[in-house]
Design a protein around this ligand. Structure first.
Ligand SMILES: Cc1cc2nc3c(=O)[nH]c(=O)nc-3n(C[C@H](O)[C@H](O)[C@H](O)COP(=O)(O)OP(=O)(O)OC[C@H]3O[C@@H](n4cnc5c(N)ncnc54)[C@H](O)[C@@H]3O)c2cc1C
Length: 380
């Protein structure tokens, strides 16, 4: 077993880190409405970040899950706008991966280059008001016709939606078929009957706008069906496998920066005539931050390695998702405490790291659902 990065991985990390700091290292959104702009999205695309795991012949970098995760870790470390990082990762993993693996060759050849080069922004839309964790309870219906499918219904929480050009939408095509009754569709924003709501006001990830998506009798052509009719749940689980493994690497990068800033602060800040880091009450929580970060990182890299090697990674991906998200929140809380009052001020960015970490236990399947999957994986 080799824990060392290859020289190629180290070189890519150094170059990417420097390029991201140069192009996107300046801006941390303070306000809930400071979403990413097309220019910032294009900058991320020019660095190859919107196409990390897309095929080279379609403008991507053809990276596997592990290398994609390493690049996203670098992105999360070097770019303080975690919302933008999250938006790019969701576009790539929840949407472009589904197109890469399930669109027709013609649609993939047309769409993947534009997803990779930043021209087209994608949003994933499955969640509804009455179907969150229970993705088997979707209310959005798709009725087959000669010209395509007519989709009607409302999605309640879609990251990137307010700026997205295309949506990966899941709708029920056969209510009686259960797991096999859901179908995935590519829905262009400019189709008749597509309505995107205003950005939702969130606690964090301000850089990434999220919104509702309403479809009213929207006609989606047959060639925009992902995979086969009825394959939607499988496609969703497939893209979520990539998202749960790779997207969470952005939080490894965030925790890395956070840990370094805590160490720096604990070495510089003096109270009672000592560096606060000399107090065990400050040093031990920082040691625990390191322990949580390192163990979460190992679980995440293992999950990616399993995906790259074609192994079943359901349990390991859930374990990684739980570990990274819980580490990100625990470390975010610890960092605020290490920084004291200044950690509560927006100008330090410490409180923003905690707010940006908060939803990580919820999206890509809640941690409660993932614990259930882990338990099932052990035969419970
Ligand atoms: C920042 C963010 C970004 C998101 N981006 C997207 C996106 O791009 N596209 C999209 O479609 N959705 C997105 N979502 C929505 C997300 O997928 C859902 O919020 C999530 O699946 C949970 O659904 P819910 O919010 O309806 O919670 P619920 O399902 O109502 O769950 C509420 C609570 O009950 C628990 N619970 C529910 N069922 C069970 C059970 N069987 N066993 C144990 N506990 C259970 C949950 O774990 C949770 O604690 C995003 C959410 C957030 C916060």
């Amino acid at each position: 077993m080799d824990f060392a990065l290859t020289s190629e991985q180290r070189r890519r990390d150094e170059e990417l880190d420097a390029a991201i700091r140069d192009r996107l290292g300046d801006n941390r959104p303070f306000a809930a409405d400071q979403h990413f702009t097309r220019e910032r999205w294009r900058a991320a695309a020019e660095l190859g970040l919107t196409g990390l795991c897309l095929p080279a012949e379609h403008g991507g970098q053809a990276l596997g899950a592990l290398d994609t995760a390493l690049c996203l870790e670098t992105f999360g470390r070097a770019c303080p706008d975690t919302g933008l990082v999250f938006g790019v990762a969701a576009h790539l993993l929840a949407c472009a991966v589904a197109v890469r693996d399930f669109a027709t060759d013609e649609v993939a050849a047309r769409l993947l280059p534009r997803l990779a080069n930043g021209e087209v922004i994608a949003a994933n839309a499955i969640t509804e008001d009455d179907a969150g964790s229970d993705t088997g309870a979707l209310g959005m219906k798709a009725v087959g016709t000669r010209d395509g499918y007519r989709l009607t219904g409302e999605k309640s929480f879609s990251s990137n939606a307010p700026l997205a050009d295309v949506f990966v939408v899941y709708a029920v095509t056969d209510p009686a078929a259960g797991f096999l009754g859901t179908t995935g569709f590519l829905v262009d924003r400019d189709l008749a009957g597509v309505e995107v709501g205003p950005p939702l006001v969130k606690a964090g990830l301000h850089g990434c706008p999220a919104g509702r998506l309403t479809l009213t009798d929207t006609l989606v052509a047959h060639d925009r069906v992902l995979g086969e009719p009825g394959q939607g749940s499988v496609i969703f689980q497939h893209s979520m496998g990539w998202e749960r493994a790779c997207l969470f690497a952005i939080y490894l990068g965030l925790m890395d920066v956070q840990l370094r800033s805590c160490v720096r602060h604990a070495r510089r800040r003096r109270q009672f005539g000592s560096r606060i880091g000399d107090f065990q009450a400050v040093a031990h929580p920082i040691a625990e931050m390191r322990q949580r970060l390192d163990s979460a990182r190992l679980l995440l890299l293992r999950a990616c390695w399993l995906i790259d090697n074609g192994r079943n990674a359901v349990t390991e991906t859930s374990l990684a998702k739980i570990a990274v998200s819980e580490a990100a929140i625990a470390n975010g809380l610890a960092a605020v405490q290490v920084f004291g009052g200044s950690g509560y001020l927006a100008e330090t960015g410490v409180e923003a790291q905690l707010r940006d970490a908060l939803p990580s236990r919820i999206f890509s399947g809640t941690n409660e659902i993932h614990r259930t999957l882990v338990a099932r994986g052990m035969g419970l």
